[in-house]
Unconditional design. Structure first.
Length: 257
């Protein structure tokens, strides 16, 4: 196996003191390979809360310090933990339709959001196969609140979720692929050795719009996520949460099922 899938990078800074202290405290290095993957995955899924950081290019140690993240930033932390544990991994880049973020993005600014939002998942090498890990994005409290709010709904593409099996999505680590935003994906950028490589080619929200997002909008979004976590899921106009965007029809059988 190529060493590039285990390499440290500026974003995957797993030799940082905070990450090394976490590994020592949890004792994960003493576990078997599958258990190491599961321990890192469960930590990022539930102990790093769903939320919006200042930008996608934060190093893993900063995401750990923030204590929250979204698909891209939580993915960076997961990759750093996996590589620190000797587990080869890589990034798969996509975009998702912005409809998946509706209900989290305030309606006042929703029309200004980019139609296609940068997205990624982590691919981990386990028992000779690449396994897709995306189900770590929503912490269980957020997911449970959505399940309780929409008990009779199987498909949901809003509030940060994109799934056609809301009541039982494949988010638990069981040595198989996990997903929670898959149905919102509408463009495939392919695989990258590291997040540094991916975000070197693909970035979003620069200039004035990026500044407004960092200083104002993301904090607004984080307050809405906190309300969802408490079971106060905001309603959306016209039942939009029912609809998987028409553009989100990428054939994901080609990139993982």
């Amino acid at each position: 196996m190529s060493r590039k899938f285990l390499a440290e990078t500026p974003m995957l800074d797993f030799q940082s003191g905070a990450i090394q202290a976490l590994l020592a405290d949890r004792g994960w290095t003493a576990l078997g390979s599958d258990a190491r993957i599961g321990a890192a995955y469960d930590f990022v899924r539930n102990e790093i809360l769903f939320g919006y950081n200042s930008n996608d290019m934060l190093p893993a140690s900063r995401v750990l310090a923030d204590g929250y993240g979204q698909c891209n930033t939580k993915g960076t932390l997961l990759m750093a933990l996996l590589r620190a544990l000797g587990i080869p991994c890589r990034l798969h880049g996509f975009t998702i339709d912005k409809g998946l973020q509706r209900g989290v993005v305030p309606e006042l600014v929703y029309p200004l959001a980019p139609r296609n939002i940068i997205h990624s998942w982590v691919e981990v090498l386990a028992d000779g196969d690449w396994i897709n890990l995306e189900g770590f994005i929503l912490d269980q409290s957020v997911l449970s609140a959505l399940q309780t709010t929409f008990p009779d709904r199987t498909s949901l593409c809003a509030y940060g979720a994109g799934t056609d099996c809301l009541q039982n999505p494949p988010v638990e680590w069981s040595c198989e692929s996990t997903y929670i935003q898959k149905t919102g994906i509408n463009q495939d950028f392919g695989v990258y050795d590291s997040p540094d490589d991916f975000y070197g080619e693909h970035s979003q929200l620069s200039g004035l719009r990026g500044l407004v997002y960092r200083l104002v909008v993301r904090h607004w979004m984080n307050r809405r996520v906190a309300r969802i976590r408490r079971g106060k899921v905001p309603k959306m106009p016209g039942g939009q949460e029912n609809r998987i965007p028409a553009k989100a029809q990428l054939d994901l059988n080609k990139v993982g099922s």
